[in-house]
Design a protein around this ligand. Sequence first.
Ligand code: AMP
Length: 187
Amino acid sequence: MFILILGAPGSGKGTQGKRLAERLGIPKIATGDILRAAVRADTALGRQAKRFMDAGNLVPDHLILDLIKAELATPAASAGAILDGFPRTAAQAELVDRLLADRGQRLNHVLLLDVDEEELVRRMLARARLEGRSDDTEEAVRNRLAVYQRDTAPLVAHYAPRGNLHRVPGTGTIDEIAEEIRRAVGR
Ligand code: AMP
C-alpha cells in the first residue's frame, strides 16, 4: 500500500508517518531526511541542496526527481511505502504517478494533515529550539509555509478527483490524530 502524507511543514507528517509505517510494516521515505543526511555527509547532492534548504526553498526538481526514482525502486519499497515530504511539486507528482503506474501500482491513499498557520509557526519554532535545524529560523519557517501554499497545496486538486484524499485534522494528541488516520486508511 502506498500512502502519501501531505501537509504543511510542522503539520506532523514525520511523526504520523513513522507511526503509520511501523503499524503497517512498510518503509517511510522522507526526502527531507534523505537530503539532511546528504548535507551532513557532504555529498554532491547535499552540497547543491543545502542553500535551498537553509532558505526554506524547495530543492529544484532537477536535483530531486532522480532521488525519488531511486527511492521508489528499492526492494524495500516494492510493495508499499509511506511518502513523507514528496511529491511536493506538480512534476514530482507526475513522476510518482508514472513510476507507480508502470509497476501496476498507485497511491492508495492521500492524507492531508490540516493545521492552521499560527500553530504551524509555533510548532516549528519550538522544534528549532529542540533540534537546532538550520531551516527553523523564523524567516525560513515563514518562507517554507509560503512555498508550501504556492507549490505543494495545489497538489490537493491533483489528487482530490481520485476520491482517495482524506482530510485529517492535525490538531489533538498524537494518539488522536493516529486514530483518525487509521480510520481514513481503513486499517
Ligand atoms: P522537510 O523535512 O520535508 O520539511 O524538508 C526540509 C527541506 O528539504 C525543505 O524545506 C526543502 O528545502 C527540502 N525538501 C525536502 N523534500 C523535498 C522535495 N520533495 N522537493 C524539494 N525539496 C525538498
